[in-house]
Ligand binder design. Structure first.
Ligand code: UDP
Length: 306
C-alpha cells in the first residue's frame, strides 16, 4: 500500500484527488491549514486516511512514497485577500515539501497553474511559452509565487535528481468548490439559483476554458504515474467568453437573473485556452466530460448547498 501525502487535501481539487487515491487502495495523509480548505470536503474519509492540520510554510517530517502539492489559495478573490501569504506558501511551502521528497526519495507532483502564463500573448498556450506576467500587479503573488515554485522544482530535479513532476492546471470546476471563493462558475451558479444579477467583470469578452474536476484528477494521477517531468498543461480546451458562460448558466438553471457589467479586474487575462497536445501524446489524457455535462452536475451540487 502506497503512502501518499496530499498538501491542500481539504481544498476543492485536493479532496477529489484524495477520494480517488483512497478508492485505489492507497493510504492518504492530508495536510491542510484550512485557510481556504473546507472540513466538509473530507468529512467522509475514514479508512486509510489521516488528517494533519499543518501549514506547509513550516517543515514537516513524515515518511511517504508520493507527495502532491496542491496547497495554496487559488482563486483570485482569495489570493487578493492574502497576497503575502500566497507568495510565502507557494515558495516556502514548495521548498519544504521538496526537502521532504529529497529526504525520503518520494515522487513529487507540483500543482502549477495557467496563471504562470499571465495575460498571454500567444493563444492557445503551449508549455514552451514563457508567459506575460506583471510582477508588481495584484495577481503577481500567485503568478510569481507559482513561477518560483516551478523554478524550485526544476532545480531540485537538476541538483538532486528527484522524481518531480509539474502540471499546469487551467480553470477547473465541479462539486466541492467553495461557495465564497469568488470564482466565475460558483458565483454565476449561485447568483442564477437565487435569481440575482450575474456579475460580469469587464465586457465579458475575456475567455476561459473549463475542465471538470474528475477529468483533471485523472490527469494528475496519470502524470504522477508517468516518467515525465513536464511541465504539462492540464485543462479542457473548450473555450467560452465569460458572457457565453453567464448565458449558459442562466439557461441551464432556468433562472430569471439578469446580467450586469462591473469594472474589469486589473491584469485579468483576456484569453485562456490550453494546448493539451503534450498531455494527449505523453499521458494519453484528454478530458471526457463536456462543459455542459460538468455544469449540470455542479448546478445540482450547489442546489443542495443554498
Ligand atoms: N469573473 C466575472 N464575474 C465573477 C467572477 C469572475 O466576470 O463574478 C471573470 C473574471 O474577471 C475572469 C473570469 O471570470 O475574467 C474567470 O475568473 P475566475 O475568478 O473564475 O478565475 P481566473 O481564471 O481569473 O483565475
Amino acid at each position: 500500500m502506497k503512502k501518499i501525502l496530499v498538501a491542500g487535501g481539504a481544498g476543492f481539487i485536493g479532496s477529489h484527488l484524495i477520494k480517488r487515491l483512497l478508492n485505489e487502495s492507497n493510504y492518504v495523509i492530508c495536510l491542510d491549514n484550512f485557510l481556504t480548505g473546507q472540513k466538509e470536503n473530507i468529512i467522509d474519509f475514514k479508512n486509510n486516511f489521516k488528517l494533519i492540520k499543518h501549514d506547509i510554510i513550516n517543515p514537516i517530517d513524515i515518511k511517504v512514497d508520493e507527495i502532491y502539492n496542491l496547497a495554496c489559495p487559488a482563486s483570485p478573490k482569495q489570493y487578493f485577500k492574502y497576497p503575502i501569504y500566497t507568495t510565502k506558501i507557494s515558495v516556502f511551502g514548495t521548498l519544504n515539501l521538496l526537502e521532504l521528497a529529497a529526504k525520503y526519495n518520494a515522487k513529487y507532483l507540483q500543482a502549477s497553474t495557467s496563471e504562470i502564463y499571465g495575460d498571454p500573448l500567444i493563444h492557445p498556450q503551449t508549455e514552451e511559452y514563457f508567459g506575460n506576467v506583471n510582477p508588481i500587479g495584484p495577481r503577481a503573488c500567485y503568478d510569481e509565487g507559482k513561477r518560483c515554485a516551478e523554478t524550485l522544482c526544476s532545480d531540485f530535479k537538476r541538483e538532486k535528481n528527484l522524481n518531480i513532476k509539474i502540471v499546469r492546471i487551467f480553470n477547473t470546476f465541479g462539486e466541492n468548490m467553495s461557495k465564497n471563493d469568488g470564482r466565475v462558475i460558483s458565483n454565476f451558479i449561485i447568483q442564477a439559483l437565487k435569481n440575482e444579477n450575474l456579475t460580469i467583470y469587464g465586457d465579458g469578452k475575456q475567455t476561459r476554458s473549463f475542465c471538470y474536476v474528475d477529468d483533471l484528477v485523472n490527469g494528475l494521477i496519470k502524470m504522477m504515474n508517468s516518467n515525465y517531468f513536464g511541465p504539462i498543461n492540464l485543462g479542457n480546451p473548450e473555450e467560452y467568453t465569460i458572457l457565453e458562460v453567464a448565458k449558459k448558466i442562466i439557461k441551464l438553471t432556468n433562472s430569471k437573473s439578469k446580467i450586469i457589467f462591473l469594472d474589469a479586474l486589473q491584469d485579468d487575462p483576456k484569453l485562456r485556452k490550453p494546448n493539451i497536445n503534450k498531455a494527449k501524446q505523453l499521458l494519453n489524457w484528454s478530458p471526457e466530460i463536456s462543459f455542459e455535462e460538468g455544469l449540470k452536475k455542479t448546478i445540482s451540487y450547489f442546489k443542495g448547498k443554498i
